[in-house]
Design a protein around this ligand. Structure first.
Ligand code: 5GP
Ligand code: MN
Length: 322
């Protein structure tokens, strides 16, 4: 039996017309792996389109794209849909989710509990980022990991490992980063493009969100929130909330950091971050969410107070904090 990467490479070699998609509200790995796979397909002369229900967030506008990003369904005639970095099929957004069952799909992912929803599944939790899987695919297909492709891969692996600081920073991903740098990628310049994208408005939103900080379970859980009103008042939007939670985890003694973000429909999206053996994916799964052992999320359709209470109760039970 050929390896999953060899099977995907074979699929790409013998077919044409692809659509590449990733999860809504895309992070660096979702965008990095979508763009990287696009560059590989372009290098092979394949026909493809790039789709994300949230479009390309502004913070990634420095990327060199192999094709424009569509936020309406593209590639109606696509033979295969690549779904990247999606732990569950509904994460692609309603538009694509609706037609998914009737289309051949390749599911390439690294989330715990991915239900293998594709006709073809390459799901491996041992990879810290889907972008690292896409890099292996480039190797398999003989596409050099240089230039814009290398930058897109670096975006994915750097952001999903917290810039090579989380527990998922494997020797292999460090070796991949080293290879990209050896082949010409300028890490300082790329990281500046990834990180130095803040608007003053975003800074102001973080200030009001940090001001909501509360500590629970004897200082072992830190919780903050962002409401729509806070975003409206500071002129910000959902992508500006990304990473707040990673900073809450820096508090001394905190085992789990939590941020609750109000969605346009009034529900609360939560993000959980832990370290070591504390498995927050199990907590998120109780609310139909998911993710990884140390980084997970989901949505609770309830008021802020009720959502926080339910989440804290689940955390207490699952992590034995009570
Ligand atoms: P974040 O908290 O940054 O949104 O996501 C952290 C991790 O949890 C990511 O790997 C993300 O894919 C996963 N995640 C976040 N929200 C959801 C959700 O609603 N459902 C599932 N299955 N995974 C989620
Ligand atoms: Mn990822």
């Amino acid at each position: 039996m050929p390896s999953p990467v060899a099977q995907i490479a074979d699929l790409i070699r013998r077919t044409d017309h692809f659509m590449v998609a990733a999860h809504a509200n895309p992070d660096g790995d979702a965008i990095g792996s979508t763009v990287a796979l696009g560059h590989i397909l372009a290098a092979l002369g394949k026909d493809f389109c790039l789709y994300n229900v949230s479009g390309l967030p502004r913070q990634f506008d420095w990327l060199h794209l192999p094709a424009p990003f569509h936020d309406c369904l593209c590639g109606a005639e696509a033979n295969w849909i690549f779904v990247l970095d999606c732990g569950s099929p509904n994460r692609v957004g309603p538009e694509l989710h609706r037609i998914m069952d009737s289309r051949p799909m390749a599911n390439v992912d690294h989330h715990l509990g991915n239900p293998n929803f594709g006709q073809f599944n390459w799901v491996d939790e041992s990879y810290p980022a889907v972008a690292a899987m896409i890099a292996e695919l480039a190797d398999e297909l003989g596409v050099p990991l240089t230039g814009s492709l290398a930058e897109a891969v670096y975006l994915g692996i750097a952001t999903d490992t917290g810039f090579f600081t989380f527990d998922n920073t494997t020797p292999e991903v460090m070796e991949l980063a080293a290879r990209l740098i050896r082949q010409g990628l300028q890490p300082g310049a790329v990281i500046a493009k990834i990180r130095n994208q803040w608007t003053v408005n975003r800074f102001r939103l973080w200030a009001v969100s940090f001001a909501t900080l509360e500590m629970f379970y004897d200082g072992r859980v830190a919780v903050a929130h962002v409401t729509r009103e806070m975003m409206t008042k500071t002129g910000t939007d959902t992508p500006d909330c990304e990473e707040i939670v990673n900073f809450l985890r820096r508090l001394r003694g905190v085992r789990t950091a939590v941020i609750l973000r109000e969605e346009p429909d009034g529900a609360f999206k939560f993000s959980l971050r832990s370290t070591g053996v504390d498995n927050v994916q199990k907590v998120a799964a109780r609310f139909d969410g998911g993710g990884h052992r140390n980084a997970a999320g989901g949505t609770i359709a309830d008021t802020l107070d009720a959502a926080r209470k339910r989440l804290l109760a689940a955390l207490g039970e699952e992590l034995g904090l009570v």
